[in-house]
Design a protein around this ligand. Structure first.
Ligand SMILES: [Zn+2]
Length: 543
């Protein structure tokens, strides 16, 4: 599992190496990152250089080996779950805390840094809006964090609130206030951390996709990460940084672009966003990303020349956060506090249903159902459009709900993906093509997730006909569908991006704030009792 110096030098010569899936779990890179400026060579007060060999017999002063200053960085990214998750159960903040404490004990010059995405999405965040994560990160002692795209999911006010609760700095040099052109309120472009006389400048960068994938304020602009780095590097160095560390939430290709176009200027990039263990080198800069939910933690050891303040070498390893790690009791207690609260509030009654609701997968994915009709009709009401379209694969839980009270947990179990509800418009021709895609997977014993769940329209199909010619009749609002007429549509961000074969739906769209389950829960609360019915909107011809 060790990567040899030779392999990395070869990779360096080649310009870039990109490895995924954890082939390299440990690494080492010897490099020379120049100091901030030639004058930045002041000897640190408590530098281990004092421990350098003192024998006057054999040591020639100019080439005396001195003990390098050892700084440890611990890093995770994309953490949404408080407790261990997945199968097997990995991560969990109480285990992570144990590892962080142990590393700090081993080397007091240790920082724990976070590479973004934590405020959303999770079941907990449905209730606490990310407050639970900030509280735990405060307790764990995060030194610095970069904004991730999901930090904007609940809009500007929630983000502002979370930033104000954070006892650690958040950075993002390219998330700018449109008016001032400087980082948004509560955010710095970079921070400088002084350890044993060595100044580490952390530069924050966030993916520009955040503009479309989340809900930033209209006053926020996301600048190109390379251009931002062009401007920021001289500033950070002017501010006294000996080494620059990129703390990023970018795609790997953007991380590589930033590193490649600033060769030997960024000592290290600790990134996130992909939810995959990724390791790469570009422009002489190692780039590391862990997978998600703290399943693994990276430990990076920097060895720095105490006189020149240059980097001598970097080692790193990937530490599994698994069941062999004992939970920190203080963190575990706080996690339990939030989980108890969650259990209580998820049990909140949002309203009731006068009729049984059946979310059995084989029904939802092959025919009109009461639950499907209710969800599609609700989205159409929310979007105030002619029609609504969902994919049946987005409706989960596979459970029967008797008539009676409905809890928030019930609603989230139907729609667990936190899809965004979107509004757009399309022609009758595109509607027909979308329905054809929806029934294209229908065969005996087949339960395609693309099967359409509709509102505002009725259609008939014949699964015995060839794919693309199955839909025989469509009406919207009881009038025959007109190929050239434009109709308004409510759907999800998932379908409007052409997923599940719905490529004909790809078009510009408007996002309605909130997730699908939140909006539906709110609607049930308003209506108090729901009583959806089957009305023959989907007919399958069998003879
Ligand atoms: Zn992300």
């Amino acid at each position: 599992m060790f990567v040899s110096r030779y392999q990395f030098l070869t990779a360096l010569l080649a310009g870039s190496v990109f490895v995924s899936g954890g082939l390299f779990s440990q690494g080492s890179l010897a490099t020379q990152i120049p100091p901030a400026s030639s004058s930045q060579t002041i000897q640190a007060e408590n530098s281990p250089a004092k421990n350098a060999p003192t024998s006057t017999e054999t040591v020639i002063k100019t080439s005396a080996p001195v003990t390098p200053i050892h700084i440890t960085l611990l890093h995770v990214n994309d953490v949404y779950q408080l407790s261990p998750s997945g199968n097997p159960k990995l991560g969990g903040l109480a285990r992570l805390a144990t590892l962080v404490k142990a590393a700090k004990k081993e080397n007091p010059n240790t920082l724990f840094v976070f590479s973004g995405d934590t405020i959303s999405p999770s079941l907990e965040s449905h209730v606490f809006r990310g407050k639970q994560m900030i509280d735990l990160w405060n307790q764990l002692g995060v030194s610095v964090a970069v904004l991730g795209n999901h930090e904007f999911d609940y809009g500007n006010d929630v983000l502002k609130q979370r930033l104000s609760e954070s006892k650690f700095p958040w950075i993002a040099a390219n998330v700018l206030d449109k008016k001032t052109g400087t980082p948004i309120e509560g955010i710095s472009a970079y921070v400088i951390k002084d350890l044993a006389g060595i100044k580490l400048g952390f530069l924050g960068l966030l993916t520009v996709d955040t503009q479309d994938s989340s809900h930033p304020s209209p006053n926020v602009r996301f600048a190109d990460p390379v251009e931002t780095t062009d401007k920021a590097l001289p500033e950070i160095k002017k501010a006294g940084a000996d080494l620059v560390i990129g703390l990023t939430h970018l795609s790997m290709s953007d991380d590589q672009r930033v590193a490649r176009l600033h060769p030997m200027q960024i000592a290290l990039i600790l990134g996130g966003h992909e939810h995959t263990l990724l390791q790469s080198v570009a422009g002489g800069t190692p780039i590391l990303k862990m997978d998600s939910d703290a399943a693994k933690m990276s430990q990076v050891d920097l060895y720095i020349d105490p006189q020149a303040h240059t980097l001598e070498h970097i080692d790193w390893k990937v530490i599994p956060v698994d069941s062999t790690v004992v939970e920190d009791p203080d963190i575990a207690a706080n996690v339990a506090h939030y989980e108890d609260q969650l259990t209580r509030s998820m049990g909140d009654i949002v309203g009731s249903t006068a009729v049984p609701l059946d979310a059995a997968q084989h029904k939802v994915r092959t025919q009109e159902t009461v639950l499907g009709n209710f969800l599609a009709d609700s989205l159409r009401k929310i979007g105030k459009t002619d029609i609504a379209l969902l994919n049946s694969g987005g409706i989960r839980s596979n459970t029967q709900y008797p008539a009676g009270q409905l809890t928030l947990k019930d609603v989230i179990s139907w729609l667990p993906f936190e899809n965004r509800v979107v509004r757009s418009s399309l022609t009758g021709r595109a509607i027909k093509a979308a329905l054809e895609n929806g029934v294209s997977g229908i065969q005996d014993d087949n339960e395609p997730g693309s099967f359409p769940v509709v509102s505002g329209l009725k259609f008939t199909y014949d699964a015995r006909s060839p794919i693309g010619q199955r839909v025989t009749q469509v009406s919207v609002n009881d009038s025959p569908l007109q190929a050239d007429k434009t109709y308004s549509l409510t759907t999800t961000d998932y379908l409007i991006q052409g997923k599940d074969g719905y490529v004909m739906l790809k078009r510009p769209f408007h996002i309605i704030p909130g997730t699908d389950s939140e909006l539906i829960a709110r609607l049930i609360k308003k209506e108090k009792t729901i009583s959806p019915v089957l009305d023959g909107r989907i007919k399958r011809l069998t003879e």
